[in-house]
Design a protein. Structure first.
Lengths: 423, 512
């Protein structure tokens, strides 16, 4: 495992390009494009204001930088460094900006979610989408980039609009049976859209591509509901993490009364666990193990409890979860056997984890200068060799799974992994 | 006659006093605790004179004689006068009367004794019953108290139970209430939220209008030059055709997905069918051949033949093509039937195995019995042989004994045999004599001891009788003052003691 030197970073904006050749990073108002292998600066762009968000286009030719304060989006080309594009929303304001799957349109969400403006880089046309829903995940694209689902709200009712991305034509528009839609997500096969309700209602609805309601799942009433969901890569199963520290693993085809597996987090029992010790290695401790359990403050909204993070491994074998009540542990479940496989207990709270895009390897970071890797063969903790303080808060994998970028508040470094599995 | 009359009444009373005095002086006559019975004890020789001087003096001889005569005649005795009005006394009649009186006296005494005995018995019985009654009363009291205690506890537990039920009901009611509150609050919040949202929407609309109206030139896109489309195509107008094409595209996507899934399911189905077929074949191979006994298993027979036919059919036809309902049902049904048969078969085998095990034990018994019989036979043979041997030996011995050998030797031999025996017998005789002497000694000592014991006991009981009499007197006065509550045991104890002693006295008097 090799580590690069530290480079400056701001706003945790470090992204690999989809083709895996470049790495983009921001320092205040500058955008720096580096080569992935040598980390040499390929391009350097200067924006008008502090960059808040960057995104690569799907063909890695363009990169957008959004500045929410000024309401400006600037697009840069990698082929032609002197090509420039600036989109100014003016008094409409800007809260979010993203690419369309074809890499030629930019969707800007104006302030107060008044509308979504679709700017085209090819033509002069501009499209508007009215009444977008102000929620966490209001826009979702299918994996193949053909369709876009937008959550809307009119007259105190939730709707979903499906657009064809090639010509932005409205395909379907239907209402959902939710009280207050919280998020939408496409299944990897692009035929099923999962729509779930706010945390006051435990309800998740599955809609087909043509707008039919396929199924509803409601586990119970009155208790706090869904916190996070994840689709399995095969689109056959859906993992729903809720505030009551349970995961419902549901088969999409079957009706809800049959075939749902519930994983609950037993706070004092674990089949096998690894405990991180001060000498920076993992120990296997015997069952039963007790975890540090945090009881959230009862009178605050959005309590830190329930399943906050859910991620499937790319081979559809494992599911990694984090219970916000036990923030120091990552629970890895074996999906094939529907059993708990391993629990990784760390000394500090887990900041983020991400699966390798190619193999069942999980990278975890907890806010210190170590990165932890787990695979079914074993797990390892690696100290990043740096001089100063380097608190890794986020990480992201290279699309090929050979390297990953470790991001902290002020710096980042790139970690290169060997091809063979880490033991 | 004056003083005679006056004497008549106090005579009795003085007699009674004398009686008590005499009884206290008496040592031989049995004690009498019953104060109500007046007795006329036999006067002792000492006080004879005093006794007689009280009734008859030298002055009133004739009066006393006539009084006696009157008394006797009233009692039915013949007159003591020789003649009816004479003053001469008929000695014979006097003596007869005296005799009669003595006999009467004896009879009365005996009767009295019997009555006293019965009285004692009854008294003791009554005491015993009173004791039992008191004990039972006590037990009854105790059990009543226990019952009361248990009832009290039961009542407490019941009240506790009721309280808990009440608490549970209260909790349930509270839960229900809270749920109702939650739901009502939720509806209220929803309503409020909707209201606020409408207001917010209005504001947004207003803002949007303002923003759009401003006609900000700033809201624009500055681009150096337009970029070509990603797929290289040109932009197209939005027409119905495009819409239709979109729909078509969407349905195509959906259909693709469904087809994919269906293919997968078909493959799965084919795999499973293959597996089932294999299982069926293997099950059939496992089952024992039952064709030879079609009668016993009439149920399975035709089924088996059917199945075999089915198998043949299936093997003939191409299975992958037949996926219709009936065929599928047939397959699953046949598998189920065969599985049941296999299960039965396995169970039968299990039974057989267990029977074989127990049968093995039976055989062992049988074998052991046979063995036993053989052994007994052998033993009998041996016994016979031994008997024969003994007989021969005896004969030989007799022959030897009776054999005409030297007289001396025979005599010697006889003597030898006899001497031993004689000595033995003498020894035993000596021992026996010793033992006899010992026994005699012991018996004598025992009898002496018994006699001593008897004497001692007598003396002791006399003492005890006197003491108890006193005790009894004191106790009888006390009893009326109801003191048995304070010292019941002592009273009972002493009563018991007295009874025991009285009984012992009675028995000893019988013996003596």
């Amino acid at each position: 495992m090799d580590f690069s030197e530290l480079f400056k970073l701001s706003g945790l904006l470090g992204r690999f390009s989809p083709d895996g050749k470049c790495l983009a990073s921001c320092v205040q108002y500058r955008l720096i494009i580096r080569d992935v292998n040598t980390l040499q600066i390929l391009q350097l762009y200067t924006c008008l204001d502090q960059i808040q968000y960057i995104e690569w286009s799907s063909d890695s030719l363009f990169i957008l930088c959004a500045m929410y304060k000024r309401g400006i989006v600037q697009v840069w080309s990698l082929e032609q460094p002197d090509w420039h594009c600036k989109i100014d929303e003016g008094s409409a304001g800007l809260v979010a900006s993203c690419w369309s799957p074809d890499g030629r349109h930019i969707l800007n969400t104006t302030e107060f979610h008044l509308r979504i403006t679709v700017w085209s880089l090819c033509t002069k046309s501009v499209s508007y989408i009215k009444y977008p829903k102000a929620c966490q995940q209001g826009i979702a694209f299918t994996k193949d980039g053909r369709y876009m689902a937008v959550a809307e709200r009119r007259d105190c009712k939730d709707f979903v609009s499906l657009f064809v991305c090639s010509n932005w034509q409205l395909l379907r528009h239907f209402d959902t049976e939710t009280q207050d839609l919280f998020g939408i997500e496409w299944a990897p096969n692009g035929c099923i859209l999962a729509v779930w309700d706010t945390c006051l209602e435990y309800k998740i609805l599955l809609y087909s591509l043509d707008g039919r309601l396929l199924s509803t799942y409601q586990a119970y009433e009155w208790s706090l509901g869904i916190k996070s969901i994840a689709w399995s890569p095969s689109s056959q199963f859906l993992a729903i993490g809720s505030y009551d520290e349970k995961i419902v693993y549901k088969e999409v085809e079957k009706s809800p009364s049959v075939e749902t597996e519930r994983f609950s987090f037993p706070p004092t029992r674990a089949l096998a666990s690894s405990v991180f010790s001060t000498q920076s290695k993992y120990d296997i401790s015997q069952v039963p193990v007790s975890f540090q359990y945090i009881k959230p403050v009862a009178d605050r909204a959005n309590p830190k409890m329930g399943i906050g993070m859910l991620a499937f491994s790319p081979d559809n074998c494992f599911l990694a979860t984090r219970n916000d009540n036990i923030p120091n542990a990552v629970w890895i479940w074996d999906i094939q056997k529907l059993k708990l496989f391993v629990v990784l207990e760390q000394l500090c709270a887990i900041q983020s984890f991400q699966w390798d895009p190619r193999q069942p390897r999980l990278a975890v970071c907890t806010g210190n200068s170590k990165v932890y890797l787990w695979s079914p063969a074993g797990c390892v903790s690696v100290q990043v060799p740096t001089e100063g303080d380097f608190q890794i808060v986020s990480l992201c994998w290279h699309p090929s799974g050979d390297s990953m970028a470790l991001l902290s508040k002020d710096n980042f470094c790139v970690c290169y992994l060997e091809r063979e599995e880490v033991k | 006659m004056g003083d005679w009359k006056t004497v008549a009444v106090p005579v009795l009373s003085s007699d009674s006093k004398n009686i008590f005095q005499y009884t206290s002086e008496k040592k031989i006559s049995p004690p009498n605790m019953n104060a109500q019975v007046l007795r006329l004890p036999l006067p002792s020789s000492k006080s004879m004179h005093s006794f007689f001087s009280a009734f008859c003096t030298e002055e009133n001889i004739e009066q006393s004689i006539s009084y006696l005569n009157r008394e006797l005649t009233t009692l039915g005795f013949p007159s003591i006068y020789a003649e009816s009005k004479g003053k001469e006394l008929n000695l014979i009649s006097i003596i007869n009367c005296m005799n009669e009186l003595l006999v009467l006296q004896h009879k009365n005494l005996r009767a009295q004794e019997e009555v006293e005995m019965q009285h004692l018995k009854l008294g003791s019985d009554m005491d015993h019953l009173q004791n039992c009654y008191a004990k039972l009363k006590e037990q009854l009291e105790l059990s009543k108290r226990e019952i009361v205690g248990l009832q009290e506890r039961d009542r407490q537990l019941q009240s506790k139970n009721r309280n808990l039920h009440q608490l549970l009901k209260n909790e349930k009611d509270e839960v229900q209430k809270l749920q109702n509150i939650i739901s009502s609050r939720a509806t209220q919040y929803n309503h409020d939220m909707k209201r606020k949202e409408r207001e917010y929407n209005k504001l947004k609309e207003r803002l949007h209008q303002l923003v759009m109206n401003k006609k900000d030139k700033k809201i624009a896109m500055e681009v150096l030059n337009y970029v070509g489309r990603a797929d290289g195509k040109r932009g197209a107008w939005r027409t119905d055709k495009t819409e239709a094409r979109n729909e078509e595209q969407m349905y195509k996507v959906l259909l693709n997905d469904y087809e994919q899934r269906q293919k997968q399911l078909l493959l799965e189905n084919a795999e499973l069918k293959k597996v089932l077929q294999q299982m069926k074949k293997e099950i059939i191979s496992l089952l024992p051949p039952q064709k030879q006994k079609p009668k016993e298993r009439c149920e399975d027979g035709p089924v088996l033949s059917d199945l075999e036919e089915d198998i043949g059919e299936f093997n003939k036809e191409n299975m992958w093509e037949l996926s219709c309902e009936t065929v599928r049902e047939q397959l699953t049904n046949s598998i189920r039937k065969q599985w049941r048969m296999l299960k039965n078969h396995v169970e039968k085998l299990d039974n057989q195995v267990s029977r074989v095990h127990s049968g093995a034990l039976n055989d062992k018994d049988v074998i052991s019995r046979e063995d036993h019989e053989l052994e007994t036979e052998k033993l009998e043979l041996e016994i016979q042989q031994c008997k024969e041997m003994i007989k021969t030996q005896q004969q030989l011995l007799q022959q030897q004994l009776m054999s005409p050998c030297d007289d001396d030797t025979t005599l010697l031999l006889q003597d030898c045999y006899l001497l031993e025996e004689r000595e033995r017998l003498q020894e035993e005789w000596r021992l026996f004599q010793e033992q006899k002497k010992n026994f005699e000694k012991e018996r004598r000592s025992f009898t002496e001891a018994a006699i001593r014991l008897g004497l001692e006991r007598k003396a002791f009981e006399e003492d005890r009788g006197a003491w108890l009499k006193q005790q009894f007197l004191s106790m009888s006065t006390d009893y009326k003052h109801s003191e048995n509550v304070t010292t019941p045991s002592a009273f009972i104890g002493s009563k018991y003691l007295v009874q025991i002693i009285l009984l012992q006295y009675a028995f000893s008097s019988f013996y003596l």
